[in-house]
Design a protein around this ligand. Structure first.
Ligand SMILES: [Zn+2]
Length: 178
């Protein structure tokens, strides 16, 4: 079955990084280029116009590293088509109100948000995995994550933050935005 063609954006937001200086050398960081993306939120289909800054100090460790608008992260996760408000609502309908996936999609449709069935299913599968792991077996999670060196953040709506202490075995798991 073919899903309905994506609606045209009805909302436009211009976002610019609040940070104007490179964090490494505190030198001014100029607007480098513009980017845009479309996100489905509860308020409507939103077109984000993003100003991306880059450090242009060649000697800086962050030379040419792009800085995106901080606010963007509160709207949607990177590369996600749906806003965090939609993701949070799906989770609430499922776990607080115990709705089925067809019911969740119908509810969202009533709010003019079209979520393909596969997207809703994948989303809930991911919630289930992370919830099962974080709620029931922190010890196992610690073991799994201990193999990884980097900080892992914001995996599909749950924030998992790992901080390595000198002994290398501290793991913190935070519930994500609800
Ligand atoms: Zn710099």
């Amino acid at each position: 079955m073919k899903t309905r063609k994506s609606a045209e954006p009805t909302i436009t937001r211009d976002l610019t990084p609040g940070r104007t200086a490179c964090p490494h050398r505190a030198r001014p960081m100029w607007a480098d280029h513009a980017n845009r993306r479309t996100v489905h939120t509860l308020a409507g289909v939103t077109r984000l116009h993003l100003t991306i800054r880059r450090c242009r100090t060649t000697a800086c460790g962050a030379y040419k590293k792009p800085y995106r608008p901080e606010v963007e992260g509160a709207v949607a996760l990177p590369r996600h088509e749906f806003g965090l408000d939609v993701i949070a609502l799906i989770g609430r309908l499922r776990y607080a109100e115990h709705r089925s996936i067809p019911e969740i999609r119908a509810h969202l449709l009533g709010r003019n948000v079209v979520v393909p069935e596969r997207t809703a299913t994948n989303r809930l599968d991911r919630y289930d995995e992370l919830r099962a792991t974080s709620l029931t077996d922190n010890g196992r999670l610690n073991t799994v994550l201990a193999a990884q060196k980097e900080v892992i953040r914001a995996i599909d709506g749950l924030q998992i933050e790992r901080r390595t202490d000198p002994e290398g075995d501290m793991v913190r798991v935070n519930p994500g935005p609800s």
